[in-house]
Every structure is written in C-alpha cells, then in structure tokens.
Design a protein around this ligand. Sequence first.
Ligand SMILES: Cc1ncc(COP(=O)(O)O)c(C=O)c1O
Length: 446
Amino acid sequence: MVKKYRGFVFREPSEKSKQIVLRDQQVLSPSYTRSYGFVMSHGIGAEVWDVDGNHYIDFAAGIAVLSTGHRHPKIVEALHQQVDKYIHIGATDFFCQEQVKLAEKLQEIVPINGANEPDQIMTYFGNSGTEAVEAALKLARYQDAKRTHVIAFYGAFHGRTMGALSVTASKYIQRAGYPFIPGGVEHVPYPAKSAEDAWSDAIGFIQKFVFKKKVSPDQIAAVIVEPIQGEGGYLLPRDDFFPQLRALCDEHGILLIADEIQSGVGRTGKWYAIEHWGVKPDIVASAKGLGSGFPIGATIAHRDVMQKWVPGAHASTFGGNPLACAVASATIDVIREEGLLENATKLGNYTIERLNIFKESHPSIKRVEGKGLMIGVEFADKNGNPIPHFRNEVADHCYLNGLLSLGAGESTLRIAPPLVITQSQMEQGLDILEHVIAKLEEDMWV
Ligand SMILES: Cc1ncc(COP(=O)(O)O)c(C=O)c1O
C-alpha cells in the first residue's frame, strides 16, 4: 500500500504541494474526490509540472478537456486578442460576433440528423457540460407537451444539476441525499460491447419493458446517450446499437440526444464519436474539449428543433462568453490545421495495440478498449471481478512515477491525454503505466 499524508499520496519533493493541500482542506468543499496530491504549477502540450518542480506526462488532460494541450500558442493568442477587445457582453440581451463565428464553425463539424446543409444547424451556448445537457433535455421536452419522459442508460454520467442528475446513473453517491431529483426518466441497460449478459440488449429492453409496461413511446421526448460511456468506465457500445437506436427513435418520433461532452471534439479521432457508427443524432451536447480548458457548453440541434424555443424559453448570462467562444473557434482551427483527428487515431491505435500485447502477460488487465485517445484499461482479479483498490493503486503509483491518470467506472483507468500528445510522450507515459502494473501485479494482485 502506498504511504499517505492526510489521506493523500504525495510525490517527493512535496513540501509546497502539502501546504496547499492543507489550506485547500480548510476552505474548499469536501465533495471533490481527489486521491493524490498533485498541485499544478504549469504545463505545455502534454507535459505538466507541480509546484515542487516534479515533471509529469499528462494522460488526464483535466478530465479529457485539454484537447489542444496546455497553453497551445494559438489558444493563448486567441485569448489575448479577445481580452484586448472585450470580456463580457451578455448575449441574452446583446449580440456577440464571437458566438456567431463559433456557431458557424460548429455547423461544419457537428453531425445532426436531417441537416443536409450546414445552415440547417443551430446552437445554444452555456458554460459547462452539465448546462449543455440541461439545455438538451429542456429543448427536447419543449417540442411536444405530451412527451414528458426521457430514456437514459445505467452507467451514464450527464452532469450534476438537478435535470442533468435525473438522467445520470453512474454512481449512487452522486444522487444520494437529493430527494427531489426530477422524474420522468426511465433508465435502461447500456449495451456495452464487453458485457457478457442479457443486459446488453438495450433495444429489446426498451421495447419489451419500457414501451409495454411503463411509458408508451408517444410519451417519450428523447433518448439521451453517451456514444462511449465515459465516467461509467470507458465502455464502447455493441456495434449494432446505434443504428438500431436511431431506427427505434425514428419509428416513434423520439429525439436522439448524443452527450458528446467527453467523447466529442476530436477525442476519438472523429469530430464526434457517434460518427464511428454512421449515425446522426437530433441534438448534440458538447463541452470539455471544445474550449481547450476554457469553460463552454454547446447544445446543437436541427433548426426545426431549435426554433421551437421562443424568446425567454432558455438563456444564460455567461453562456457563450466571448473569451470562451474565441478559444473554441481557435480550438476547431488548431484541430484542423494540426491534423489532431489523425494524431488521435494514430496514437490511439498504437496504444491499444501495445497494451493488448502487454495484457497477454499481465493477467490483472481484463480489457483494453477505446477509440482514438479515449481508451480504458480495466482491471480484474483472478475470478474476473472488479478490483477498484488495485486500479486506485495503479493511478497513485503512476503519479509517483510521473504520469497523471484518472480512474473511470468501478475498475478502469482512463487514458485521455491532450490530442497534441507526441509519439515519444505517449511512449514515456505507457512505459510508466506498464512498469507500475507489472510491479503491482507482483506485490498485490490476487
Ligand atoms: C459525458 C459527460 N456529460 C456531462 C458531463 C458534465 O460536464 P461538466 O462537468 O462540464 O458539467 C461530463 C463530465 O464529466 C461527462 O463526461
């Protein structure tokens, strides 16, 4: 077991980090779930340093956020340029050219059902992933007052405001203690490719149980789904799932909402992950990587859907802030100009291939799965059961050896570095990860 100070693991030297962590514990909400005492000093690309001068490869990217890496010069430049013009205007009441420019760029990259021409796509801006989901749920329910219900999936994480929480079913602790979570949500099994049981038949479940025994399909406004489950454990869906889900939605006039907050903006090697299955959703929720670390959320839909909203139906003071929009526009440009979709695909394939070879002689690894740079490494004991304590030790020891990583789901470690990561940085990170897994297998795997 790794040694802890006040409940956290620290890499030496750690004097300054410890001081900040102690101060943090006095003044910040205890609702966060940190495990190791990394305190950021600065970063560049896919490398970061803590306040004690220790260096790391970053496989976490601020929870899959820093698409263009830390301090990309074109992102910094876009921020500087906008800061010199104006910082806020409140686009609820005034017009903001940076929002228009970004919405036009999103028309070029977001797949939307029925939008044969880019000008059929419209966007609403918020400040976070949760807000993008919240807006998507409100927009979907707003279409038809009779359609009150939404279908969501077990394992899904869609955010933490009450509406977003109502469709989240990732960990019970996220819902516990909140008695008035809105209703009208039917959770069904997520058809993970790796699932070995009948629970993988989500479409059958919806047809046999939800439609027949609980809510008629004409009462359902939308199905909300993560194309690849993120917080749920980096789980790919069965290959036939999205085409079948699209057909089911079409048959019953139900809107399909893709929560692309973690999987979107190039992370999986496509602009939006659902493209891997050749399906277009009706509404896309996008955030995280869109702002390269600057807070922004976007809810994107077909003009016919978005135009149901009347003035006052939904808005936000800060949503689509000009700084955020300038950064997001620059992010899309950088991803295009630097071939980051291709980089994510190339380095993702390299990583999956390499870890699958490593897995052959390392039995603690049950699953290596992903698309692009959204890759999960799942651990299990000799009987195939989840071993969260082992996964946590892997993350802690990676940190001690100079690699930032994060868990996902019960027993999975996520690999989600900035899309700008180089081959050599990827190799350095994987060297650390493999070394840590091999050592921990000797010491504690059973
Ligand atoms: C798929 C998904 N949806 C929604 C959210 C919520 O986003 P935010 O934390 O920006 O509110 C997250 C965050 O992890 C997410 O992964």
